[in-house]
Design a binder for this molecule. Sequence first.
Ligand code: NAD
Length: 415
Amino acid sequence: MTVGIIGLGYVGLPLAVAFAEAGDKVIAVDVDATKVAAVSAGDSYIEDIPSERLQAVLGSLRASRRYADLAQAEAVIICVPTPLTENREPDLGPLNGSARALAQVLQPGQLVVLESTTYPGTTRERLVPMLEESGLRVGVDLNVAFSPERVDPGRTDYFLRNTPKVMGGVTPACLERAVELYRRVCDHIVRVSTPEAAEMTKLLENIFRSVNIALVNELAILADRMGIDIWEVVDAASTKPYGFMRFEPGPGMGGHCLPVDPFYLTWRAREFHMSTEFIELAGKINQQMPYHCVERIEAALNDQFKPVRGSRILVLGASYKGGVGDIRESPALRIIEVLLARGGNVSYHDPYVPALSDFGLTSVPLDDAAVSEADAIVLVTAHPGIDYAELASRAALFVDLRGVVRTPVENLVRL
Ligand SMILES: NC(=O)c1ccc[n+]([C@@H]2O[C@H](COP(=O)([O-])OP(=O)(O)OC[C@H]3O[C@@H](n4cnc5c(N)ncnc54)[C@H](O)[C@@H]3O)[C@@H](O)[C@H]2O)c1
């Protein structure tokens, strides 16, 4: 089978490699010439795909900037970004661009699947009409389905093959075509009745996380004021064998998904005269967290008779989560920005993020000098392979925003 993939990012590249490993021919199209060149050279830029794994399938995976190459594919999967505009409304620009370009080369009998996270109705009301500009009719000449991506970058226990894949087709035949396609790379397919149900499923999953993270973050702020250790409370609550699910407090949400996707539904809900209060409230609390964290840092420095201005503050972890280099919407950026604005002498260490060009900073080595010279070390994102408890024991002040250091250490402050 020949499978086309549009968008070679965190979602598209692993998918392209998975189909190639399953024995399919893959044509992977991206507008970004750098990415196309990197994939062609077997040089992976996604942590979950080691370059050796990509190189092993280059015989059957071809990256290109030409949509025309997709005419040979039996199925095309769209994995382009779905960001928000500056006014926090859905930005379907990349989706429109890719669908219109695909429509120019569509062939009768092709299957098109959208994986990008979006509001319910996008596949049927936006994607289908653009594809039909080709003159082909969905359900007659073409099959179209929506199947949300559930990849959790950096995760090793669940990946494409063993994570159930939800899908909904525009027609029952569309769904069956999509099921046949994904059976090649996924062990468990979950059929839903419509693309709208599949679109909403992804949003429910992400909103569920966002709301629960906000809840535990709000309680973390309260616990701090009450002199209660939130981590001890979360640990204790997690011993309940039923009816409780653990969520971690932290410096705020980052990445392309949780800070963005829920607002796709908020926008759509307005058309149905609904305001999505939980989503808005969760967004508000989670967006406040970096500022709350700066206050914690300020208070901890104050206890040592130091102002932020002029203090050497070493931030550990700039990406939004451990084990990945993705800095999109990372709360570390907001924390660094505010500390710099208040006159802090800020440096950072992140083995996955060599430079933060917006701040003119490059990652410093985590050597003895960096640790001993810092007035405060602030753990924002915990990457694997670093002994944070040992670091904390050597620091003048260690602010742990992730609850990683659990051993009693002098000069340790937790969120
Ligand atoms: N990253 C995740 O963990 C994750 C998880 C689940 C779902 N998603 C969703 O999947 C979608 C893609 O996310 P991502 O993280 O892979 O994004 P990404 O930014 O890493 O990759 C998207 C790619 O699409 C390319 N692109 C943009 N416009 C294009 C066009 N018109 N034609 C061809 N290529 C184009 C970009 O150059 C980029 O390489 C989003 O809707 C996202 O919400 C992401």
